[in-house]
Design a protein around this ligand. Structure first.
Ligand SMILES: [Cu+2]
Length: 176
């Protein structure tokens, strides 16, 4: 009975903590720029902050007049590109790449056309811990620039459930 109670309390807490992350998603718009950059080229990336664990879709546009570009993210040890390597996006075309954001830290990005990274087509996404997400950078409907409702449950709910459960258990055991 005691083991069952502890297991139940732990399971409830874990479910409550996991629930808000299950449907996490993010959409990023990245646009290649050949003017108005600190250097020769750059990206206009929005939003530049990701939420840890999100399934991120980057919609990459190359509206330039005459240069091929790509948008690649470093996931683990591999660059994942839009369009898929070794292709580049021709002027006036778009491509998409999807990836899962790491739990926290940074995600490097660059253009994979040789030399374009040092000409300015490189940068980092900042990854917020999922618990820090109070809305704004995490879209579930593919539209950017809107404010999202707060997550349905926060991880602290799970922690509180476990603490309360363990407390009740201690009281129950002491009364035996
Ligand atoms: Cu480029």
């Amino acid at each position: 009975m005691k083991v069952f109670l502890v297991a139940s309390v732990l399971a409830l807490g874990i479910v409550a903590m996991a629930a808000p992350f299950a449907e996490a998603k993010g959409t990023v718009t990245a646009t290649a720029k050949e003017s108005g950059c600190p250097k020769t080229f750059c990206f206009d990336v929005s939003p530049a902050t990701l939420t840890g664990g999100d399934d991120v879709t980057v919609n990459f546009n190359n509206p330039s007049g005459n240069t091929q570009h790509s948008f690649c993210v470093l996931i683990g040890a591999n660059w994942k590109c839009a369009p898929e390597a070794p292709a580049y996006a021709n002027p006036g075309t778009s491509a998409t790449v999807t990836f899962t954001a790491p739990a926290s830290g940074k995600v490097e990005y660059k253009c994979s056309v040789p030399g374009h990274d040092v000409l300015g087509m490189m940068g980092n996404f900042t990854v917020q811990g999922a618990s820090a997400n109070t809305g704004g950078t995490n879209n579930t409907d593919g539209n950017t620039g809107e404010t999202n409702p707060p997550p349905k449950a926060s991880p602290s709910v799970g922690v509180i459930a476990m603490v309360v459960g363990v407390g009740l258990l201690a009281v129950a055991l002491r009364r035996r």
